[in-house]
Design a protein around this ligand. Structure first.
Ligand code: ATP
Ligand code: MG
Length: 321
């Protein structure tokens, strides 16, 4: 990893109480995640539905409270932060949500939505400065400044997500948590919005946690990838390393599932993914063991811990690699 580390998460656990068949359970959506992010770096978080990606992202922007762990932002510990510390975290780490329709207030003019975080923090000295910042931010996301006076219902899905991105970059954030920012959009506009995010990444030197279930999309924007399975990171390495030489059997299955036009590039012996697991029936040993073609007796009883394997700072949690 290059550059200064600005975000460091250690052993983060986030659990929810849930009910099933009349019984109360506590399910761990994020089960001891550690990661770090350097200035200007994009870390992709990939994994199938329910593995805890959104919950991890929400914990990092202060929308859910972790049960335990450490979360260090630019040298300041954030878990349990209140008052000015919490405000600083909310301004510094900003989320782009999956569904731009649900995340925009329909009764609010676009300009007011874009300026919301800055307004709450008393960022602007006067109205002229505020209007100029809104216009510049709309321009930066490829929208005409006149959109400031419009309402969400007047915009297309792609335009709304551009507004969602504008909301996250005013005032300039240090970290963006982008939660499946293109998956709710028409295929035809997905590439445009992804290109916009890559341009902003380069222009603003944004650090990003880019969450997606699609390793193909992650591969385009991220320099490193963390693969999550049932609330845990099971493999983490540089994007090319993960895509070209996936080692964890779950990562191999994900990479094999990326559509490839050239049959010779397809991974042989692709693994059937089957049904995603349920947090209510977490296995004792490795959570992936019930689906894993390499599982041995040890995998059924012993939870594998992340360890360094090979070059590129790759970490992997598997007994058999
Ligand atoms: N507020 C909540 N209350 C109870 N359970 C929750 C809550 N939020 C998430 N969960 C549970 O936590 C687990 C992880 O959910 P999360 O939304 O983080 O997954 P995800 O990886 O983002 O999935 P997807 O790809 O479908 O968006 C799921 O089992 C989910 O049902
Ligand atoms: Mg999600």
């Amino acid at each position: 990893m290059s550059g200064n580390v600005i975000l460091e998460v250690r052993d983060m656990i986030v659990s929810f109480s849930a009910r099933r068949a009349g019984r109360k359970y506590r399910v761990q959506a994020v089960d001891g995640v550690s990661l770090s992010l350097a200035e200007g770096e994009v870390l992709g978080i990939v994994g199938e539905s329910g593995c805890g990606k959104t919950t991890l992202g929400r914990a990092l922007v202060g929308l859910v409270q972790p049960d335990s762990g450490n979360f260090n932002l630019k040298g300041t510990e954030m878990i349990g932060a209140r008052g000015s510390g919490l405000r600083e975290m909310r301004l510094s780490v900003r989320m782009v949500f999956q569904d731009p329709n649900a995340s925009l207030n329909p009764r609010r003019a676009i300009g007011d939505s874009v300026a919301e975080a800055a307004d709450i923090s008393g960022f602007f000295k006067n109205r002229a400065e505020r209007s100029a910042a809104i216009a510049a931010t709309l321009t930066a996301v490829g929208l005409n400044p006149s959109f400031a006076a419009r309402y969400p219902y007047e915009l297309s899905g792609g335009q709304r997500q551009r507004v969602g991105i504008a909301r996250a970059i005013l005032p300039t954030p240090c970290i963006i948590v982008a939660d499946e920012p293109v998956s709710a959009l028409d295929v035809s506009v997905q590439a445009q919005v992804l290109n916009l995010m890559m341009d902003l990444r380069d222009q603003l030197r944004l650090s990003m946690l880019f969450i997606s279930h699609d390793l193909g999309v992650i591969g385009q924007i991220s320099s490193r990838v963390a693969v999550m399975y049932m609330g845990r990171i099971v493999e983490q390495a540089g994007t090319r390393t993960v895509l070209d030489h996936p080692l964890h059997p779950y990562t191999r299955a994900l990479v094999a599932a990326i559509p490839k036009p050239d049959p010779s590039k397809r991974i042989q012996g692709a693994i059937e993914m089957g049904e995603p697991p349920s947090l209510f029936t977490r296995p004792h040993g490795c959570a992936y063991a019930p689906r894993c073609p390499m599982a041995s007796d040890r995998c059924l009883v012993d939870v594998p811990q992340l360890r360094f394997v090979g070059a590129d700072g790759r970490t992997i949690a598997c007994h058999n690699v």
